[in-house]
Ligand binder design. Structure first.
Ligand code: AMP
Length: 387
């Protein structure tokens, strides 16, 4: 049985850069840190395996039922968790052109894990999969269909595992079945995306062909007029690669004010820094536009759920995003909003300040993509064993 308990957790940062860092925390034990270079994802995963072995959680454990992998882009083919075969791996490789930053690292992880435990099922859980239920009119860009189809240009959406986990956890928090509720999920982390989830199925999401579309993010612009690209190229003289770098790595909050950490931006804005204030306001304005848009897409909204680094921790962002929306049945209780906790919780009042019913529950729901990947992996392996 998978009870959701976590024997250990950890992460490796700055792989392939100088000053790599591994953090490993066994359950009930102290955090261990190793600052060293990890030349590639293979070296990083081997170091993680060694840390696990030191806690008696070696990858050779007979208790291990499967290994679940996050794979960012599943294209049109992969809309469900999938046992990884050579053919599946070839297909994930074929998708590299639409996810050049992510899929190669995911493939390395799979290859190393397969070499470590060739006997175990390895399962890919795709970041795009939850969004495959979007209706065609939400997934299409209004461009020439033949060109779009030839180059597989359409809206795929990302952070799907998080949107799925959080929308279900929000339904549970309301004491309802996911099939009964409509939820707007705001995944506000370094990458940020919104989704409209109706009865447990995604009907729209803010990221598109790549994770660049939509909300203002740490370093990504989110929505811009595609004409900006032509203008920067033709008039500004920037190459396509320079524009790619600009929009993905030097834009968003960082581009607007020089910082991409919301904590620092809020501190600077409170101290009267106009650039930080503008970055904060631009970020909030974009989120509010998506709330309005998804309210109309869903028709009825039962809950708005905040998640990820900013969504879970930045009470001022939650307050600004939901301010003056009483007409839509949306409000946040300042006291509930200021509580810091790792538990899913509702922060809207029962009654609006004006006296009407707060029709929309506003919730903070910490995301847990690892648990969701483990659950989906276990369910698939368990199903396969039964058939
Ligand atoms: P994530 O990608 O979900 O790990 O989110 C990372 C981002 O969350 C950071 O870049 C910060 O901007 C933001 N963040 C983390 N903790 C806080 C906090 N206490 N207050 C405001 N923002 C935070």
């Amino acid at each position: 049985m998978l009870d959701g308990a976590r024997p250990a957790s950890g992460l490796v940062e700055r792989i392939g850069e100088t000053g790599g860092r591994l953090v490993h925390t066994p359950r009930g034990g102290a955090e261990r840190e190793a600052v060293q270079a990890f030349p590639d994802h293979g070296a990083a995963l081997k170091a993680v395996a060694e840390e696990l072995a030191a806690d008696g959680l070696g990858l050779d454990s007979p208790e291990l039922a499967a290994i679940g992998h996050r794979v960012v882009h599943g294209g049109l083919r992969f809309t469900e968790p999938t046992v990884i075969t050579d053919e599946v791996l070839r297909e994930i490789r074929r998708l590299i052109p639409v996810a050049p930053l992510h899929n190669p690292a995911n493939i390395t992880g799979i290859e190393v894990a397969r070499a470590l435990r060739p006997d175990l099922p390895q399962v890919a859980v795709f970041d795009t999969a939850f969004h495959a239920s979007m209706p065609e009119y939400a997934a299409r860009y209004a461009i020439d269909r033949a060109v779009a189809d030839e180059h597989r240009v359409r809206r795929y959406g990302f952070h799907g595992t998080s949107h799925q986990y959080v929308s279900r956890a929000t339904a549970r928090l309301l004491g309802k079945d996911p099939a009964e509720v409509n939820v707007i999920v705001l995944h506000l982390g370094n990458g940020a995306s919104a989704s409209a989830v109706s009865g447990g199925r995604c009907v729209d999401t803010s990221m598109g062909l790549t994770p660049l579309e939509g909300l203002v993010m740490g370093t990504r612009s989110g929505d811009i007029d595609p004409g900006v690209v032509f203008h920067l190229h033709r008039v500004g003289g920037l190459s396509i690669d320079e524009i790619d770098d600009l929009l993905n790595r030097r834009s968003g909050l960082l581009g607007l004010c020089g910082d991409n950490d919301m904590r620092e931006i809020m501190r600077r804005a409170d101290a009267g820094d106009p650039d930080a204030r503008l970055a904060f306001d631009t970020y909030v304005h974009r989120v509010r536009k998506y709330i309005g848009g998804y309210y109309a897409v869903l028709g009825r909204v039962d809950a708005i759920a905040f998640t990820a680094g900013v969504g879970e921790n930045a009470a001022p962002v939650r307050a600004a995003v939901t301010a003056d929306l009483e007409e839509l049945g949306i409000a946040v209780d300042p006291e509930l909003n200021s509580v810091r906790s790792r538990e899913p919780r509702i922060i809207s009042p029962a009654l609006l300040p004006s006296g009407g019913r707060a029709r929309v529950a506003v919730a903070v729901v910490p995301t847990d993509e690892e648990l969701e990947i483990a659950r989906q992996t276990f369910a698939l392996v368990h199903r396969s064993a039964e058939n």
